[in-house]
Design a protein around this ligand. Structure first.
Ligand code: GLU
Length: 379
């Protein structure tokens, strides 16, 4: 890791989300207990230095499979959920033992995507995690696989980590994986592939470097890590991808000696309050195109979006749903909560605010399509 990157992003970090993938935590025989103990020792050392750590841990399904070898080839969703339910307890037991060796306590937090859509529940989850951190207890977070449905689940724990970075208001995300960084080509098929040590911008070239699909045990893969990196870096948080099975990896990262990939934040701004919830917790229900004048009003003048700037509406959404605004080239410029349903917005797009009432047949309406307070810009 370059000294400059270490000094800027890793050394000053105080609150860290460490995501550990299934392939790191398990082998074909079950949970890699000794390795988990070793990682927990290193995480304890970070906490002893005064840092706060939240763990996002996969491994429940994989641990369940090794406990139930006769079921290891099952594929239906209820069967996988049953394996997660069996494995989650085993996983927590190992963390409990490992952290208690160093005098730390752990807490299990299971989240679902739709459970966080209601703002009140999002805030409750945030307060719980904050309280645990204030008490110096290590939150160990996984998806609540039992109740997650295919359409509503986090695609994988990389996506869950993005949300956790915001729930915890963390300043660094570390993903420990079976692959020790981003390579120009998939190192599983080309052993001579070169590693990229710093990624400043996640463009098409970088996206094309992700190997196809996850490895042996988990649901993620490099593609999902890049999607996670694009989100966290765009809101000002750096992300590290490192090899979770490498000896002393966490010490190496925090000593600036790790051979890994660092995604540097694309801007220094962080978003607070309701905005991370809008950006991370909500499903995006529709896309609207906006003209150049509106792009400039949103990105440069900090204005709300008015109907006059909307040129096209796609998708079906209701008032209060999260929608994405794109420019004429399809580039995402902002997202936020719509004050209108898709059918209403089709009627008022392009029109002046004074015409809204007559077009949709209501006496009083909101002037803005998306109010500034409910908007996150993506410039
Ligand atoms: N929640 C899943 C588990 O604990 C992991 C999902 C993933 O691999 O990203 O097994």
């Amino acid at each position: 890791m370059e000294k400059k990157i270490f000094e800027k992003y890793i050394k000053p970090s105080r609150r860290i989300v460490i995501k550990i993938g299934s392939a790191v935590l398990t082998n074909a025989r079950g949970l890699e207990k000794e390795l988990i103990h070793e990682l927990c020792r290193q995480i304890s050392a970070l906490m002893e230095q005064g840092r706060q750590v939240v763990i996002v841990s996969s491994g429940a399904v994989a641990a369940g499979m090794t406990k139930m070898p006769e079921r290891a080839t099952v594929h239906t969703i209820p069967e996988k959920q049953a394996l997660a339910a069996i494995g989650q307890g085993l996983l927590m037991q190992v963390y409990e033992d490992a952290f208690s060796e160093r005098g730390f306590k752990v807490a299990q937090v299971l989240l679902t995507r739709d459970g966080l859509v209601a703002r009140r529940r999002y805030v409750n989850a945030k307060n719980t995690i904050k309280t645990l951190m204030d008490w110096n207890v290590v939150p160990i977070i996984n998806e609540n696989d039992t109740v997650a449905t295919e359409e509503l689940q986090f695609t994988d724990n990389d996506a869950l980590s993005v949300l956790v970075v915001n729930l915890a208001e963390a300043d660094l995300l570390v993903c420990l994986s079976d692959i020790d960084g981003l390579y120009e080509e998939d190192p599983r098929s080309n052993p001579n592939a070169q590693k990229i040590h710093e990624v400043k911008e996640i463009d098409q070239k970088i996206l094309s470097m992700a190997g196809h699909g996850p490895g042996r045990a988990g649901r993620g893969g490099m593609g999902s890590k890049l999607r996670a990196a694009k989100m966290v870096t765009s809101f000002g948080v750096p992300m590290v991808v490192a090899g979770g099975k490498k000896p002393d990896i966490i010490h190496a990262i925090f000593d600036g000696k790790a051979d890994c990939t660092v995604f540097s934040p694309s801007k220094s701004r962080r978003i607070f309050g309701r905005k991370p919830w809008i950006a991370y917790a909500l499903e995006r229900k529709g896309i609207i195109s906006i003209d150049d004048g509106a792009v400039c009003a949103l990105l440069e003048r900090g204005k709300s979006l008015l109907p006059a700037g909307v040129t096209d509406v796609s998708g079906q959404f209701q008032e209060g749903d999260c929608i994405v605004c794109v420019d004429k080239n399809g580039r995402e410029v902002a997202l936020g909560l719509s004050n209108y349903s898709s059918s209403e917005l089709r009627k008022i797009s392009g029109c002046h605010s004074s015409q809204i009432c007559s077009r949709i047949g209501r006496d009083s309406v909101k002037e803005e399509v998306i109010h500034r307070d409910n908007m996150v810009t993506l410039d």
